[in-house]
Design a protein around this ligand. Sequence first.
Ligand SMILES: [Cu+2]
Length: 219
Amino acid sequence: MTLRRLGRCGVAAGALWAAACSGGGTQPPGPPNDLVISGGDAQSWYFDNPLPTPLSVTVVDVSSRAVPGVVVTWSVASGGGAVSPLQSTTNASGVATTTDSVGSSTRQTVNATFTGLAGPVTFSEFATSPPTSVGVGVTSFVFTPRDTIVQSGGMVTWTWNSGSTPHNVSYTSGPAPLPTNSPDQSGTTTFSTTFTAVGTYTYHCTLHPQMTGSVRVLH
Ligand SMILES: [Cu+2]
């Protein structure tokens, strides 16, 4: 029985069949037939900032096998903003991607298509303003939330609720010059920084280096 099962895929069948068996198909993919969204749809992000996840589609043949080498054309269908690049070619897995930034609209749609496809597939993306004021808790050896986003010109305020254990906010990286660090503080108190430079800042508590956090400043 074992030998019979091996008949199609065994060594004796030869290199061609062995390759076919490992690849799961006996023929190369046919012409592109359809386009399927494979990532990046329905994200909620901020005006005029690139979405965290690129938009991606998979081009398949009539048997749903991925088709490499197909040029996919991307276009903003409504709402403004921009995709880049406007064309991308499917890779070995049949996947093409582009980055997308929603403009000043709360909802944007993006079409993807290739020559010969009956109609495009459509992504829907959403955007709001980044917050201008963000609060972070300084409690039992953790900043909560650890990572925050604030609009350029906005303020982050840390509020201590740490009993008698002192903590501080000390910047470790970010656009120069780094903001002023907080003093060591305990009890119930606050510390604020206004961020004017776009970029990502990291900070920690020098007394407890495992306490880390970040502030991402968006325009
Ligand atoms: Cu600390």
